[in-house]
Design a protein around this ligand. Structure first.
Ligand SMILES: CC(C)(COP(=O)(O)OP(=O)(O)OC[C@H]1O[C@@H](n2cnc3c(N)ncnc32)[C@H](O)[C@@H]1OP(=O)(O)O)[C@@H](O)C(=O)NCCC(=O)NCCS
Length: 198
């Protein structure tokens, strides 16, 4: 297994960086995930310190095993965790990965996740890890849908009662982005190219 797959690279973006999640992020992750506005349109289960620690441990383990997983989105000035972005699930055999993201509410509406998701997805395509990135979003999660569509994702269908959110089944849209879509959007200049690799 390539050494680079054991830990994700740090990717600098305007105002923040994507870096490996670490155990010390648990407090900051718990603090913003506890805000009901962050999880209300997602399938997150009840947010507890145990859940947060398990999420971080899972991300560290998946990268270590060579799978794609999430990065921490950390503030550029003090490196504090303000979100996560990356991949929940992937199939190396079929060359797809499922992208997922969330941000502390204080940082919404500044284009930050657009830059973070661009960096994460671009890295996965450029390092030849996937040919397709997909996303599932609740049909009433309009912020997430706007973000995906701005990134060039195509809405491919509606999955009825796909996930249980706080005890109730919800319909989700499935979105897909192919390598060819990504390259096409870049060529069309729809996306910045401001990611620096460390
Ligand atoms: C979904 C979520 C990650 C979006 O984060 P975000 O950083 O606000 O998203 P974007 O990067 O798309 O920025 C959004 C807004 O910033 C504005 N913005 C400000 N400056 C900008 C810039 N320089 N570039 C781009 N957009 C900018 C945009 O106009 C955009 O407004 P709009 O959403 O009304 O169109 C965030 O709302 C969130 O954490 N939600 C809760 C968790 C969740 O639902 N996750 C997804 C589960 S599928």
């Amino acid at each position: 297994m390539a050494q680079e797959s054991r830990q994700p690279p740090t990717l600098e973006i305007e105002g923040a960086r994507l870096r490996p999640l670490r155990e010390g992020d648990a407090g900051a992750l718990y603090e913003y995930l506890r805000d009901p506005a962050v999880t209300e349109l997602t399938s997150y289960p009840e947010v507890t310190t145990a859940l947060v620690e398990a999420l971080i441990a899972k991300s560290i383990r998946r990268w270590h095993e060579g799978d794609l997983s999430r990065w921490a989105v950390a503030r550029g000035d003090d490196d504090r965790l303000i979100g996560t972005c990356g991949f929940n699930d992937s199939s190396p055999a079929h060359r797809w990965a499922e992208v997922a993201f969330e941000l502390s509410r204080a940082h919404w509406g500044k284009g930050l996740m657009g830059r973070a998701a661009t960096a994460a997805i671009g890295w996965a395509f450029e390092h030849d890890r996937v040919d397709r990135v997909q996303a599932y979003t609740r049909v009433d999660n309009f912020r997430s849908q706007r973000l995906l569509e701005r990134l060039g994702f195509l809405r491919e269908g509606r999955l009825r009662s796909f996930r249980i959110c706080r005890g109730r089944p919800h319909d989700f849209y499935v979105y897909g982005l192919l390598r060819s879509d990504w390259i096409g959007a870049r060529v069309a200049g729809e996306r910045g190219d401001a990611v620096r690799h460390r």
